[in-house]
Design a protein around this ligand. Structure first.
Ligand code: ADP
Ligand code: MG
Length: 307
């Protein structure tokens, strides 16, 4: 079991996209995944199809509650059967039922963050305490962080074994990466070396010179770190978010490439084994799928970027 925080203090770089993309991909490989949504905007919660959470991670973090996250965990609302009439969007089976759980967020998480600041003995490890005895039920706990370096992100860093920094190959993004790396190292200095930086996930790589330039800059600046196989800017990613469906369920063109990219990313970061057998991702349901989703990817390869 590993707890991974997905971080960058910048919004819009793709933390939530990478969290949910990895969750769906790992689930397709039979892993049990808990997504902890630590952003008051709750994009990972709704992106995982959870709309009606009665209690949220905010209720858990309001007090120190060992194992408290267990009482808010809910299965992802991603469809597991034939529920769509739009063949362009999704296919029949998506992910194995019960393989992705969510600790949902809600808007009151912002107030809780404010309250944490007045905890006299430090509110930085509430999340870690709340995961006690719960995290081990999963192969992976992925914490989707808020776009800030505030106490919520600090809580994620105190709970995490490792960190994935998400970066967009664009102007200004390199400074942000440096800043978060320094913060991770400060926390690691107090926690006996944890969390370690698993790597930098490059998201929204576009087919433009500008994007290639910043990607190259990122690789040079962080040559000593592991840079993940990039996730390209693709309409299929945005569409899966718009439909609150896992990328593994999308049938439109480009979707299968995105799944391949997430698989490559997961393997490069050691979240999946390098020699893990490929999962069936074509339109023929496999005869005996163990934990496999049978996904119909209709369209041909279409690397056309959005924007
Ligand atoms: N690779 C990509 N291709 C196309 N759109 C993307 C990609 N990654 C993210 N997006 C879109 O960009 C927006 C911001 O991404 P998001 O994951 O919410 O960022 P963050 O969580 O860092 O704020 C969302 O609308 C998302 O669908
Ligand atoms: Mg987000």
């Amino acid at each position: 079991m590993t707890v991974t925080a997905i971080v960058n203090q910048k919004g819009g770089v793709g933390k939530t996209t990478v969290t949910l993309g990895l969750a769906a991909t790992l689930a397709a490989y039979g892993r049990r995944v808990l997504v902890v949504d630590l952003d008051p905007q709750a994009n990972a919660t709704t992106g995982a199809g959870v709309w009606d959470a009665k209690s949220t991670i905010a209720d858990v973090l309001a007090n120190e509650q060992p194992g408290g996250v267990a009482r808010v965990i809910t299965p992802a609302g991603w469809p597991t059967g034939a529920e769509s009439d739009d063949a362009q969007i999704r296919s029949v089976e998506t992910i194995p039922s019960g393989s992705v759980d969510v600790a949902p967020s809600g808007p009151n998480l912002a107030r809780v963050e404010h309250d944490l600041a007045s905890d006299m003995i430090g509110g930085q490890d509430r999340l870690a305490v709340s995961l006690d005895g719960v995290a081990h039920n999963y192969d992976h706990v992925l914490i989707d962080c808020a776009p800030s370096l505030g106490l919520l992100t600090v809580n994620a860093l105190f709970a995490a074994d490792d960190v994935v920094v998400v970066a967009e190959p664009a102007a200004w993004s390199l400074d942000g990466v440096e800043q978060i790396v320094q913060n991770v190292e400060r926390v690691a200095g107090r926690r006996g070396g944890r969390p370690v930086i698993r790597g930098i996930a490059v998201n929204k790589l576009a087919r433009t010179r500008d994007s290639a330039h910043w990607y190259h800059q990122l690789q040079e600046t962080h040559a000593a770190r592991r840079i993940g196989a990039p996730i390209r800017l693709r309409a299929a990613v945005a569409e899966s978010a718009a439909h609150c469906l896992p990328i593994t369920a999308m049938t439109r063109s480009g979707a299968s490439e995105v799944v391949e990219e997430f698989t490559e990313l997961a393997k490069g970061f050691g979240l999946l084994d390098r020699d893990e057998p490929d999962q069936q991702i074509d339109s023929e349901p496999s005869p005996n799928p163990p934990n496999v989703h049978s996904v119909a990817f209709g369209g041909e390869s279409d690397p056309t970027p959005v924007g």
